[in-house]
Design a protein around this ligand. Structure first.
Ligand code: SER
Length: 321
């Protein structure tokens, strides 16, 4: 039976992936870790421990002691925050990954590693519409540079040491369980919270800034599907493109107004606008569809309905008009 380590279990992706993996592998087989405490369900629903991926000695000790066979390494500084402290972000994003790749090389029991890449690996010279799997990659953010370097290292460890490391270039992820922190696509989460809480939102991206977005349940399912695919079928050992819908703040505003009439938005673009303008507007994920059957279910209408309902419940507010 597999024994799974999740690093970053308190984060936007980790908090939902932990729950799903526990359903599949059993609560006791999924070890949730983070540098900070996670939500109660993560800490009480199975093993949880504070662990810093930067502490390579404790990390390897933990992995050997708990006979870990799969690692999901999700801890990272996101795009907006990384621009505020570029060297620290580089250090955390890169050294964390290198520690994991080295552990996977050293410990035979570790059979598979998952590490998230991002649409941030692309840059202003990349074709922005239907961005192909293989294309020009000249990211201009420190986050994007770290993700691109990480992809190259993943492929290197695959080729040189036969490490089974798998990765997805996530688009912006919309979720209600855990708010993201410091990303450029985070507006697409904040907008729902503010709509429910205050009935108005100031967007840090302009009205017509299109970015690829995906609902978290689709992203979680895709991640687990990729990890469960027969290794022989995988042709990409850097990171797979994953699209979702190409959506603008104005479109989300309109979708929310159907549920919360009078929801107001204004637009005050900040430094994250500059980042967003270097990222793709839509993604060609046909290689993912071919190799491991990627697809998604939720459209903007269904996402909006669920987001408003769940956030209202969470905040104990009756927002549905
Ligand atoms: N959603 C991330 C960000 O905005 C990109 O991977 O930073």
């Amino acid at each position: 039976m597999d024994r799974i380590l999740i690093i970053g279990a308190a984060g936007q992706i980790g908090s939902e992936l932990t729950v799903e993996l526990r359903k599949i592998y059993g609560n006791d087989h999924v070890f949730a870790t983070d540098i900070k405490e996670a939500s109660r369900d993560i800490m009480d629903g199975g093993p949880f421990q504070l662990l810093d991926v930067m502490d390579d000695k404790r990390l390897i000790h933990f992995i050997i002691r708990h006979k870990i066979t799969q690692i999901y390494h999700l801890a990272a500084v996101l795009s907006g925050n990384a621009e505020k402290l570029p060297l620290q972000a580089w250090h955390i994003n890169m050294d964390g990954l290198m520690n994991i790749l080295e552990v996977a090389k050293m410990v035979d029991e570790v059979k598979k590693v998952f590490w998230p890449s991002s649409i941030a690996v692309f840059g202003p010279t990349t074709p922005r519409l239907n961005t192909p799997q293989l294309t020009i990659m000249e990211p201009t953010t420190v986050y994007g540079v770290s993700k691109l370097a990480g992809e190259r290292w993943c492929e290197y460890y695959h080729k040189r040491y036969n490490i089974d490391v798998r990765s997805i270039r996530y688009p912006g992820l919309i979720s209600y369980k855990t708010e993201a922190g410091g990303g450029t696509t985070d507006y697409a989460v904040e907008i729902y919270y503010e709509a429910v809480r205050n009935g108005k939102y100031t967007s840090f991206l302009s009205a017509d800034t299109a970015l690829p977005l995906l609902f978290m349940p689709d992203a979680i399912k895709a991640t687990i599907d990729l990890m469960e695919t027969d290794r022989a079928k995988l042709t990409v050992h850097s990171a797979y493109n994953m699209g979702g819908m190409s959506i603008t703040p104005a479109q989300i505003h309109k979708a929310i107004c159907k549920h919360i009439p009078g929801f107001q938005i204004d637009y005050v673009p900040d430094f994250r606008q500059v980042i967003a303008e270097t990222w793709p507007q839509s993604i060609d994920d046909s290689v993912s569809a071919r190799d491991w059957g990627y697809s998604y279910r939720y459209d903007l209408e269904s996402i909006t309905e669920i987001m408003i309902e769940e956030i209202s419940k969470k905040l104990n507010i009756s927002a549905l008009g």
